[in-house]
Structures are given as C-alpha cells and as structure tokens.
Ligand binder design. Structure first.
Ligand code: FE
Ligand code: FE
Ligand code: MG
Length: 162
C-alpha cells in the first residue's frame, strides 16, 4: 500500500475500494462472457464477430488488471474467489446459451451499456477527489464506449446482410 498515495485520496478509501472491486467483478465476468462467447459463436459473419469478441475479451482482462493494481495501491485486496464476482457485480453475467452471433452481440451490447454507466458513476464519485482513479476510469470508459459502438456496428451490418 502506498501510504501517502492513499492519504491524498479525498474519499472514504474503503468505499472506493468496494466500488473498484465491483468494477473488477464486472470485468472478469465480461472477460469470460466474451471469451466463451467467441468459442461457441455460430452464424453469419462468424469470423468477424469472433475476432471482435476475442479482442474485447482481452481488453476486459486488461481492465481487470488495472483495477486490481489500483485496489492494491489503495491498501485493498482484489476479489480472491471467483464466486465473489457474482456477489459483487453491477452488470451480472449473461451466459451465451443461445450461441447465435446476433444474440451474442445483443448480450454484450447490454453488458457494455451497463459498464458505461458504472464507469460514469465511478468518474462522478472520484472527480476532484482521486485523480489517479479518475484517470484510470476515464481510460477504461473510453474503451467501453468503443466496444459498444463496435458491436452495434457489426449488428447493423448483420441485419443489412439478411
Ligand atoms: Fe472493461
Ligand atoms: Fe467492454
Ligand atoms: Mg473492438
């Protein structure tokens, strides 16, 4: 834990760590949802969809890493048991039981929209109080906005191709 680094945070650090762990849970579940979705995907434009899902899967894992590092900097502990991700998540987990590319895109768009809201809230919470977390949330939010747009664009193309 960085002693001075924690001291300058103008927020209840335990509350902040809890919010970061909730986002961390979301990222792990999103990572897995993309990862397994890419494995089971079926249907038109499968190759393109799988490439996008795999890319996003990697991005979500990278986000989880950023959050874990920040939690540790603040003296917290990232979620240690996968089952706790289910208890902490904001955005939940949508199992890709229907593996059609259309359903996968819709499920993941919903997840991205939830992530966008969650990071927007984290930004509001940390603004002018914790610059380090604020800038990290900003960077992640940029990716989530791009993810949503990428998936919506593919879904549009898919509808046109029908
Ligand atoms: Fe993410
Ligand atoms: Fe995302
Ligand atoms: Mg993308």
């Amino acid at each position: 834990m960085g002693t001075k680094g924690r001291e300058i945070v103008g927020l209840d650090a335990d509350k902040l760590i809890e919010l970061l762990n909730k986002a961390f849970a979301d990222e792990w579940l999103a990572h897995y949802q993309y990862w397994v979705g890419a494995k089971v995907a079926r249907g038109n434009m499968r190759g393109q969809v799988v490439a996008e899902l795999e890319e996003h899967s990697g991005d979500e894992l990278r986000h989880a890493g950023m959050l874990a590092d920040r939690i540790i900097q603040l003296g917290g502990v990232p979620i240690l048991k996968p089952e706790d991700c289910y208890k902490m998540t904001n955005c939940g987990y949508d199992a890709p039981e229907d593996p059609s590319v259309e359903n996968l895109l819709k499920q993941n768009i919903k997840g991205e929209q939830c992530a966008i809201e969650a990071y927007n809230e984290l930004l509001a919470f940390t603004k002018d109080k914790d610059t380090v977390t604020y800038r990290m949330a900003e960077e992640i939010l940029e990716d989530e906005v791009e993810h949503e747009e990428d998936l919506e664009a593919i879904l549009e193309d898919l509808k046109k191709a029908r």
